[in-house]
Each structure stands twice: as structure tokens, then as C-alpha cells.
Write a protein that binds this ligand. Structure first.
Ligand SMILES: C[S@@+](CC[C@H](N)C(=O)[O-])C[C@H]1O[C@@H](n2cnc3c(N)ncnc32)[C@H](O)[C@@H]1O
Length: 239
């Protein structure tokens, strides 16, 4: 199957990229507020799941670099931090410099790397932004060496419980308000709660990871179900 992005996928990626580029000055503060300060812990759990010691790691959709920095701290040999938004990467580099981190502009649908180039591929809060998630997952699997780990951390559909329904309401109602207050750009972050609509449930995302060729796929819910941390291993390729 071709991984060449379609015109409409390219257009949607550009819209998402421009939105995140506008949010750069406010992005970190909004993250802390919208997650009640939990996002740092979630990223550390994602890094632990990727087992990065001495590994070459791809941080896909690196944004302002917080996950990349966690990988560097955890001993990754090299972190390649890719994002479609140039301004996001400029900010990330200002925050963390470039020792053992390569900041690179590019698109998840069309990764500029050879097959099996990485020991681990991770993304935090990116998957639901991708216009063709199945094709992007195939790209992520392609650049993993056999046995390498894929880790995906993202907001997910909360479970269908009373608490889950409260979480969903909070996400749908609260996020836009907080983001609007902090950034003055309500329209941009109105996109966020909508970005969950139509996205796969945690179980469906597991099935998509398996369809992309990963094995031993599993996930755990964090923070009472609002966030899911998926992991899988790249299988050996047939000759
Ligand atoms: C919600 S931010 C997450 C940033 C960072 N991973 C974090 O943990 O804070 C989503 C990031 O994904 C990037 N992104 C969106 N679509 C992308 C694509 N198709 N390819 C690469 N990056 C993309 C955005 O530019 C943005 O920086």
C-alpha cells in the first residue's frame, strides 16, 4: 500500500500545522492547565514504556520538545524529534538545545527515514491529529527495527461509566474555555474536543496497531481513563 499522502490529507495536515504554530507561545501553559499538571507524569510513563536506554528514538509530533527531553534524560543515545510545525520546533530547540536531539520538520504520513531506522518510536498527544491514522501507523511500524517498541500516548474516549461521562463533559466543555482564556484563540482550540470525535476507541486503536503489523499490543488507561498509553512491538519482516 502506498504511503503517499492524498491531497486532502496534505491539506488537513497543513491546517493542523498552522493551528499548532499559532499556539506555540501558549502551548506549554495550556498543557499544564488542561491536564491539571499531569502531562509530565504521563510522558515519563510513555518513556518508561519505550525502554529507551541507549536507543535511537523517534519522537513523532515532538511539539515543544517535552517528550524528547524525557527521552534524553532517560539515556536515549539519540532522539530524532519530528514535527510538521516549524515554529513548534524552534521553540523546542530554544528550550532544550540540540545535544543528542535532532529537531526535524516533516510529516508523519511520509517519514523521511529508512526502514528499521529506530529502536523505539513514540508520540504524545499526536495520533488524533493525523488525517490518515492507519497510514501513519504503518509508517511508524516501517521505521522500527524488528522487536523495536512503538508507544502512543493520547487522550482517549473515557470509559462508559458515570465518572467517564464527567470526564467527557469536562473535555468537551472545559478545554475550549481554558485554551481560549490562555491563548485568546478559542477558535483554534475548539478543534481539540472535536478531534476526539470520530477517533478510534482505545480497543479500536489496538486493532489498528495490529493491522499495521505490530505484535504484543496492549494499552493501559491513565488518570481514571482519560488518557491511554498504547504499546506494541515491531515484528520481523518477511524476507
Ligand atoms: C498536541 S501537540 C503534542 C506535542 C508534544 N508531543 C507534546 O507532548 O506536547 C501535537 C503536535 O503534533 C504535530 N503534528 C500534527 N500533525 C502532524 C503530522 N502530520 N506530522 C508531524 N507532526 C504533526 C503538531 O504540529 C503538534 O506539534
Amino acid at each position: 500500500m502506498s504511503n503517499r499522502p492524498s491531497a486532502s490529507a496534505n491539506e488537513r495536515t497543513q491546517v493542523v500545522s498552522q493551528m499548532f504554530s499559532r499556539l506555540v507561545p501558549h502551548y506549554d501553559r495550556m498543557n499544564r492547565l488542561m491536564t491539571a499538571g499531569r502531562d509530565g507524569r504521563w510522558r515519563r510513563l510513555a518513556v518508561e514504556a519505550a525502554q529507551p536506554g541507549d536507543a535511537r528514538v523517534l519522537d513523532l509530533g515532538a511539539g515543544t520538545g517535552d517528550l524528547s527531553e524525557e527521552f534524553r534524560r532517560a539515556g536515549a543515545r539519540q532522539v530524532v524529534s519530528l514535527d510538521v510545525s516549524g515554529p513548534m520546533l524552534v521553540r523546542a530547540r530554544e528550550k532544550y538545545g540540540a545535544e543528542r536531539i535532532d529537531w526535524l520538520q516533516g510529516d508523519a504520513l511520509h517519514l523521511p527515514f529508512a526502514d528499521e531506522a529506530f529502536d523505539a518510536v513514540a508520540s504524545a498527544f499526536v495520533l488524533r491529529n493525523l488525517p490518515d491514522l492507519a497510514a501513519s501507523l504503518e509508517e511508524m511500524a516501517r521505521v522500527l527495527r524488528p522487536g523495536g517498541r512503538l508507544v502512543g500516548l493520547d487522550i482517549t474516549h473515557p470509559p462508559d461509566t458515570p465518572w467517564g461521562r464527567i470526564l467527557r463533559l469536562g473535555f468537551e466543555q472545559g478545554v475550549t474555555r481554558i485554551a481560549g482564556l490562555v491563548s485568546g484563540d478559542r477558535s483554534a482550540y475548539r478543534y481539540l474536543p472535536n478531534s476526539l470525535t470520530g477517533e478510534p476507541t482505545a480497543d479500536a486503536l489496538s486493532a489498528m496497531l495490529e493491522a499495521a503489523g505490530l505484535v504484543e499490543v496492549s494499552y493501559r488507561r491513565l488518570s481514571m481513563g482519560a488518557v491511554a498509553l498504547h504499546t506494541g512491538l515491531a515484528s520481523s519482516r518477511s524476507p
